[in-house]
Design a protein around this ligand. Structure first.
Ligand SMILES: *Cc1c(COP(=O)(O)O)cnc(C)c1O
Length: 465
């Protein structure tokens, strides 16, 4: 058999990791210096025994592994790995397909195509939209905004792919005050320059104010791109996307929605009203490795106007003999050429959860975030900074005396070291906060209770220190 003994050894390591995962110390136990000391060796000149390589890496990396796919990791916005999705990711690695053209892997191309159709149906987005499966929402934002750039300039008779931005009509780019950093990076990579982005004011929860957008648009001439957001990375708040598209329509603008995790709220009855009208936008970027709990890496770019999408990403070479007619070549919709077969784990995720399973996962995580906020705010030294409308909670720790920002940072680091759970730090409206994001399929109410207890215990220690 092909590497049978090695794969059995691998399976043992994987099986043990996954069964220990729920009880694991959540943060990394080893510092970067320790890991460097163990991993940095002279470049091997001769072949090594593969079994030895596996043992060495599994052993020496273990203390630097973060249990981020476990049920009590609340850092950033981090999904776990659903069992069926994890399995198909591993199988995809074994198949080692190149999902560049349908001819290089017909199965990878079709799995991606069907997963894409399901996603449009799940989110109830226009069925004529095209999709690109990319590495994450950063690249999804980039892909969508490249299509936007093509389309708004074409309306002014300019072919961006041929002529570039030199001498092009000036494109007005607007983004909310609280737009995610990756929007700025995407715009920068598209040649717009961050200084060129006009900021639309946001309210106390970080939502773009449509009235302010309208005032800015009224004074504008030429092509316009508006970047809205569904799910603020700190508060979870939603820009009023429906209103924004109504306002922008008058101005003949392209409206893009960054919905890295928030877009999936459309499936949860308690969240759906906050997304009212989001289907009227022109493009949507989201992640599968966040709230859908597909393993890294998996992002999704959705574009209403498939011709603009295709024109902006199109890839041609004499040896790229792609499909003819109705068959979809995956690489024609993304910035990548050779690429991993991300369609398999994505298909497996949706097939194993179904609409009801995704909806209940999202709804459950939102309920758990509210429970976390309730349990923490029973402590007089805790302040919750946001309206908990989604899966995000901003926590501020109040000292008896001294600097609240420093104290909040200190408690956050103590929570990370303690290991029951892990949450990161942030700044919200000039105030330091600990940021809790509940995004894992396996998180239970017990996990929330145990984590809230641990946080309060650590807070008490910090107050007494
Ligand atoms: C996470 C996130 C992104 C970036 O997504 P990646 O998957 O890290 O590339 C963009 N926008 C928002 C709102 C996010 O939360």
């Amino acid at each position: 058999m092909y590497h049978r003994a090695l794969l059995e050894k691998t399976w043992e390591i994987v099986g043990k990791y996954l069964s220990d995962l729920p009880a694991r110390h959540v943060g990394a136990r080893d510092a970067v210096e320790d890991l460097r000391a163990r991993l940095r060796r002279p470049l091997p000149q001769d072949p090594g025994d593969p079994a030895g390589v596996i043992d060495f890496l599994a052993r020496e990396c273990d203390g630097g592994i973060v249990a981020s796919s476990g049920p009590r990791y609340f850092g950033f916005v981090t999904g776990g790995a659903l069992p069926a999705s994890l399995a198909l990711d591993m199988i995809a690695t074994a198949w080692d397909q190149n999902a560049v053209l349908s001819i290089s892997s017909p199965a990878a191309a079709v799995a991606e195509e069907v997963a894409g159709e399901w996603i449009l149906e799940l989110l109830d987005l226009p069925r004529e939209s095209s999709l690109g499966i990319v590495t994450g929402c950063q690249m999804a934002n980039f892909t969508c905004l490249a299509a936007a750039r093509h389309d708004v300039l074409q309306r002014f008779g300019w072919n961006i792919e041929k002529k570039g931005l030199f001498g092009a009509p000036q494109v007005n780019v607007l983004a909310g005050e609280e737009a995610h950093a990756t929007i700025h990076v995407a715009l920068r990579m598209l040649g717009f320059g961050t200084q060129h982005i006009q900021t639309v004011p946001a309210d106390d929860q970080g939502r773009m104010i449509p009235g302010d957008l309208e005032k800015i648009l009224r004074k504008m001439e030429g092509p316009v791109i508006v970047c809205a957001q569904a799910g603020n990375v700190n508060t979870g708040a939603f820009d009023p996307v429906g209103e924004i598209t109504d306002v922008a329509r008058g101005g003949n603008a392209w409206v893009h929605v960054d919905g890295a995790f928030g877009l999936w709220g459309a499936l949860a009855p308690s969240v759906a009203p906050l997304l009212k009208g989001f289907e009227k936008a022109d493009s949507w970027a989201t992640d599968a490795h966040k709230w859908l709990n597909v393993p890294y890496d998996s992002g999704i770019a959705i574009v209403r106007h498939s011709a603009a999408h295709r024109a902006s990403m199109s890839l041609r070479a004499p040896y790229y003999i792609g499909a003819s007619g109705e068959i979809r070549d995956p690489s024609q919709w993304v910035p990548e050429s050779s690429r991993r077969a991300r369609g398999f784990p994505l298909y497996a995720c949706i097939a194993s959860l179904g609409r009801a399973g995704i909806a209940s996962m999202v709804e459950r995580n939102c309920r758990q975030a509210k429970l976390m906020a309730e349990l923490l705010s029973e402590d007089p030294n805790v302040q919750i900074l946001n309206d908990v409308v989604l899966n995000q909670v901003l926590v501020r720790f109040m000292p008896e005396s001294g600097d609240t920002d420093l104290f909040t940072g200190d408690v956050t680091r103590r929570v990370q070291r303690e290991g029951t759970c892990w949450a990161g730090g942030t700044m919200w409206k000039g105030k330091a906060a600990m940021r809790i994001s509940v995004s894992n399929w396996a998180t239970t109410e017990k996990d929330i209770e145990a984590s809230a207890q641990a946080i309060r215990r650590v807070l008490k220690e910090a107050l007494e220190a």
